[in-house]
Ligand binder design. Structure first.
Ligand code: NAP
Length: 352
């Protein structure tokens, strides 16, 4: 595998999970150059989730390529999955098991000049909304209190905005937050808690408003591909989405360490297209030689972010939409693994 990734070095297909993880975790030259100017250790909290291990591994690889081998990368999570912890340790990340709802344990976490906060809870909110609020607002308070003065990138979500017209401009960072449902409200709470501590303690903070990261094992594109492959109908009520390749997400998360400021400021992170769900389904239909089935009618509004600011700062994502669809189609055809964690992107009332 190549040490760094660029658009011109993308593979035509991905054969297995090791190659997939390697691809997503490969830094771009821009990330290596950025990391060469970084001083101090990096802590990634909530590293045990769908995106965290890639953030951890790319951080380690970029620091090593930048000659910053003495800087440590700490991976912090409860580690509900042992395999994730072992993968991270093998990659040179120092893992620390910690429940971020335990304030005393959080205070004992290793010092770090740079922090990426990725812990969160979305699914299961209807059954235990109290737990969602605790993880999304209480844990950020404990973490911000521990890491005063560090550069802090706090993962957030495009769900903090209301639905917007599909023929409009998408929600920019200037749009007021107007969340739908308990999860999105708690995500606004997470941002507000980080913003409060940023001002209180002069902690430079970036609110990383992501929507729909694409890995071949989960994500909106995989959800649609699975439906078309199985002959199930694709619901078109949420007729348009924004998506971005997970490797591009991880690169942007690391580059966002350079955007941390007081007061905390948001950045929208997604792809450049307003993508039609019907279009994605029809592309899969071509690959699978199946006529896609549909239900519902595309609404005039959808959850859509305008990520123009991120393109100005970081350039366009490296992996184009068509490539994501093609890789996913090949992956499904070869029986490639799934996390079995549907995004429920069709949901329009915020109850995921
Ligand atoms: N993936 C996306 O497309 C997407 C889109 C929009 C926003 N986001 C945001 O980006 C962040 C990362 O995304 P993700 O998909 O990786 O999320 P995820 O799969 O839900 O991972 C979050 C991880 O946080 C850890 N965690 C939860 N509660 C914890 C606690 N009390 N103490 C310590 N760790 C805890 C869990 O790992 P352990 O079980 O190991 O503790 C969990 O797997 C999330 O906060 C989400 O809001 C993601």
């Amino acid at each position: 595998m190549k040490p760094t990734i660029s658009w011109s070095t993308l593979p035509t297909r991905i054969d297995n999970e090791a190659d997939l993880d390697d691809l997503i975790s490969t830094p771009s030259q821009a990330v290596v150059d950025f990391m060469s100017g970084l001083e101090g250790d990096v802590a990634i909290l909530g590293i045990g989730g769908k995106v965290g291990n890639h953030v951890g591994i790319m951080t380690r690889r970029a620091l090593d390529l930048a000659g910053k081998t003495e800087h440590k990368v700490f991976g912090i999570s409860r580690f509900s999955e042992d395999a994730k912890r072992e993968q991270l340790e093998r990659a040179g990340i120092e893992t620390v098991a910690c429940d971020l709802l335990d304030a005393a344990s959080v205070q004992k976490l290793p010092k770090a000049q740079h922090v990426l906060f990725m812990a969160g809870r979305k699914f299961g909110t209807q059954d235990r909304s109290d737990l969602t609020w605790a993880i999304n607002t209480l844990a950020p308070g404990f973490v911000a209190d521990r890491y005063t003065g560090s550069n802090l990138v706090a993962f957030s979500t495009g769900c903090v905005y209301d639905l917007v017209p599909v023929n409009g401009m998408g929600a920019t960072e200037q749009f007021a937050t107007a969340p739908l449902g308990e999860y999105a409200n708690s995500a606004v709470g997470r941002e507000q808690i980080f913003s409060y501590y940023a001002r209180r303690d002069n902690t430079p903070t970036c609110l990383f408003r992501l929507n729909y990261s694409i890995d071949l094992r989960y994500g909106v594109i995989r959800d649609i591909g699975d439906k078309v492959y199985a002959g199930d109908s694709v619901n078109l009520d949420m007729g348009h989405v924004n998506v971005i390749w997970q490797g591009d997400v991880v690169q942007r998360a690391l580059l966002s360490l350079g955007l941390c400021q007081v007061p905390a400021a948001p950045i929208n992170i997604t792809g450049p297209e307003t993508v039609s769900v019907e279009y994605i389904a029809r592309r899969f239909g071509t690959f699978f030689s199946k006529e896609p089935q549909f239900s519902g009618v595309p609404a005039e509004t959808a959850l859509l972010s305008n990520a123009a600011k991120s393109f100005t700062l970081f350039g366009y994502p490296q992996v184009p939409l068509e490539t994501m669809i093609e890789w996913t189609a090949e992956w499904i055809l070869q029986g490639g693994g799934s996390l079995n964690k549907p995004t429920h992107f069709e949901t329009r009332d915020g109850n995921y």
